[in-house]
Every structure is written in C-alpha cells, then in structure tokens.
Design a protein around this ligand. Sequence first.
Ligand code: AMP
Length: 223
Amino acid sequence: MRITLLGPPGSGKGTQGSLIEQGYGFPKISTGDLLRRAVQNGTPLGIKVKASMNRGELASDEIVIQMVAERIAAEDCRKGYILDGFPRNINQAQRLEELENQHLEVALDIRLSEDALVQRLSLRRICSQCGNIFNLSEKALDRPNVCDTCQGELVQRPDDQPDVLRERLRVYRKETEPLVDYYKRRDIYHRIDGEKTIEAVFQDIRLILDAEIVRNKQTEAVR
Ligand code: AMP
C-alpha cells in the first residue's frame, strides 16, 4: 500500500510512520530525515539544501523529487511505502503521479491546533546519534539530554527554534495545505485527530489501513 502522511510539522507524522512501518511492514521514507542526513554528511545535495532548511523553507522540488523517485524504485518499496513529509506541494504530488505505478492509495492528514504544535515542537529533542525523537514533557529521561536507547546527545533541531518554526507553519499553510483538496478529489483523503494519545491516533490509522487492505482484496477477487 502506498501511503502519504500529511499534517503540519509536529503533528506526529514521524512517530505514526514508524508505528505503521512496524505494524504493516512498509518502509517509511522521510524526506526530512534523508535531507538532514545529507546535510550532516556534507554531501553535495546536503550543501545545496542546508540554507533553505535552516530558514524553514522547502528544499527545491527537483532535488526532493529525484531523491524520492530513486528511493521508491528500490526493491523493498515494491509492495508499498509510507511517505513522511512528501509531497509537500501540488507540484510534487503531480510529479509523483507521473511516475509509473506510483499513485498514492491513502493520504492520512494528522491534525492538531497550532498552539499544541508550537508547544510540542518547543519540547521536541532528537538524538544526534540514532535519530530517536523525544518529547521532554512526555517521558522522564534516565539522564538529562541523553538518549535512553544509544546514550547519544539529545539536541533541538535548528528548525524547531521559534522563529524558524513560525516560517515552517506559514510554508505548510501556503504550500502543503492545498493537498487536502487535491487528495479529497482523488478520494484517498482521511483526516486524523492528532490531539489524541499516540496509541489512540495509531488505532484510528489502523482502522483506515485495515479497511483499505480489505477493499484491495475485494477488488483483486473481482478481477
Ligand atoms: P520535516 O522533517 O519533514 O519537517 O522536514 C524538515 C525540512 O526538510 C523542511 O522544513 C524542508 O526544508 C525540508 N523538506 C522535507 N521534505 C521536503 C519536501 N518534500 N520538499 C521540500 N523540502 C522538504
């Protein structure tokens, strides 16, 4: 099943994407993670996107589309994948549809009030080694600012700083929100209440994905 996770920064796309990956076996592809890794490694692509990422703006469509096209052509994506943070605008969505056999089947839009997003992201820390995400309000850490899993240092993403975050939310409303109507027209859009607990959100997602699996099986049986 080919799935995209929509929703503003901080709505829990990464967390839910990982749960879907564990529960259903489709690989999660986060364009933000791929780009951050490229920046960290100082690759030519990383050097190109670093400044726009640090300002909270989108990286160029050409770069991101090429990166995604290469990744989803891999063998492990044959049965499906979960896109986290892609497409981010209408052009990216159209370009994805132009690729052979890559039309999306489910768009999950995780929604949260803007106050809740800002509150969440100001408390978000990521592990500089393994990439695990922590929210300082949710989980008591064994040691302050140290990852429970790998002992790496926990850091705040530069683009989670308040002024950059405001820009990311502005970009989201202008560029990404139009995808709601886009995927509604394709009849694959599902709105998810992201204010609930992580487990409850995942439960809502499971209902949608399980129904989609049943629907796919029925369609195959008719053929
Ligand atoms: P994320 O981790 O999804 O919040 O993404 C972090 C940053 O990476 C964004 O603010 C953009 O600068 C860049 N980025 C991630 N995905 C995309 C995309 N699909 N198109 C353009 N830029 C992206």
